[in-house]
Design a protein around this ligand. Structure first.
Ligand SMILES: [Mn+2]
Length: 390
């Protein structure tokens, strides 16, 4: 950001840094998470950003060895020394639901390195920005329970309407929206309250910026800063980073800051042309700055795992590691000569079950079509006729 001015209302929105994660148990992958985190801190300091909003999952686990905590503390100390304040909500990876347990982030707060947003309590972040955040809630705490989140959100929205009109209001949540992710989503966008200028979201690891007609600001997921494994991996790879957000105007302006995360590519391979395709991939991926992680999809039939492994292991010349999924192509079921149709198969099965071709004929060619049409009267008459009652 070259056009920064001291009067700008700006913050960095980052999420899901998952420090301490080591996908596939690889040391290189653990270091990737630290590297992009340091890079993010560098960018934030370089751009003179005074406020950082972290939407949760700062750490990968509530209990961690010293290394990730040291990385976090160094980053936070550098930000503090640059005059930058970091505000965070806790994601499910940052704390354990155990009575009396103290989250690691709470110890950093004690040192003045980070501020944890307390449920529904507005916090002035300086620069005319007001933050309201909530600790990660489980599905059963969102819509039910003694103190459902949706009620608290409504209260929070009312609370911030009383705050001066020129202030910018930012809601910080570590929750997945069902509209964006069917499986990882826990709540509906419709249940987010209007009244905020920006909805700083965490939990979903794919980047997303969405507008909903009932809301007064964009709903933004920067996604995780490194690839964690829950993302959709396209053929062309994923991009990781965070947002710089300028809320000084009527509309928030977002600037994407790309981080040097390790590349992840999806590679679709046809078993019958495996050798050629592997060679082609070797040529294409050679000489990259950082060895990628490959997500292979192998399609074919009569797959020999020894042959497969031998061919694929060549990819380790250019890739850090690879994951693979094998999709077996089913052979079509064919009768002698021409393919057997569905009705024919059904008739054969019915004949076998009833032990009588005539009954099977009646059931599949006369009764079934009537039932399929929902003609229960017709079906009943037919049955009564067969039973000699009509
Ligand atoms: Mn996460």
């Amino acid at each position: 950001m070259t056009s920064w001015r001291p009067d700008m209302m700006m913050f960095a929105h980052i999420s899901d840094t998952h420090l301490g994660a080591a996908p596939y148990g690889l040391r290189e992958r653990e270091d990737d998470f630290y590297r992009v985190f340091r890079e993010a801190v560098d960018e934030i300091i370089k751009d003179h950003i005074r406020v950082v909003v972290h939407s949760g999952d700062v750490l990968d686990e509530p209990r961690l060895p010293g290394k990730p905590i040291l990385e976090l503390m160094r980053g936070m100390r550098r930000l503090r020394e640059a005059g930058t304040s970091t505000y965070a909500v806790l994601g499910e990876h940052d704390f354990r639901r155990v009575q009396g347990e103290v989250p690691i982030l709470r110890t950093l707060e004690e040192l003045g390195q980070i501020r944890i947003l307390r449920d529904g309590r507005p916090e002035r972040a300086g620069g005319g920005m007001v933050l309201v955040g909530f600790l990660k809630k489980r599905k059963d705490e969102i819509y039910a329970g003694s103190d459902p989140l949706i009620e608290r959100l409504r209260e929070a929205a009312e609370l911030v309407t009383d705050i001066g009109g020129s202030d910018r209001k930012i809601l910080v949540l570590h929750q997945g929206l069902i509209e964006l992710h069917r499986h990882a989503g826990e709540m509906r966008a419709a249940d987010l309250p209007p009244g905020f200028d920006y909805y700083a979201m965490g939990h979903l690891h794919d980047r997303a910026v969405r507008r909903f007609s009932h809301l007064t600001g964009p709903v933004v997921y920067p996604g995780s800063t490194e690839t964690t494994g829950s993302e959709h991996i396209p053929v062309e790879g994923v991009e990781k980073g965070f947002f710089l957000v300028d809320v000084s105007g009527d509309e928030p302006r977002l600037e994407w800051v790309k981080l040097g995360a390790r590349p992840h590519y999806r590679l679709e391979l046809d078993y019958s042309r495996l050798g050629d395709q592997v060679e082609e991939a070797l040529r294409r991926l050679a000489g990259g700055e950082m060895k990628p992680v490959l997500h292979l999809v192998i399609r074919g039939r009569d797959i020999d795992s020894g042959f497969l492994q031998a061919k694929l292991s060549k990819l380790l010349q250019v890739a850090l590691t690879y994951r693979m999924r094998v999709e077996i192509e089913e052979e079509e079921i064919r009768g002698p000569g021409k393919p057997m149709g569905f009705e024919e198969q059904l008739f054969k099965m019915a004949s076998k079950a009833l032990g009588d071709e005539e009954k099977a004929e009646r059931a599949t060619r006369k009764l079934l079509p009537l039932l399929e049409e929902g003609d229960s009267d017709g079906a009943l008459q037919l049955l009564m006729g067969w039973a000699g009652l009509r």
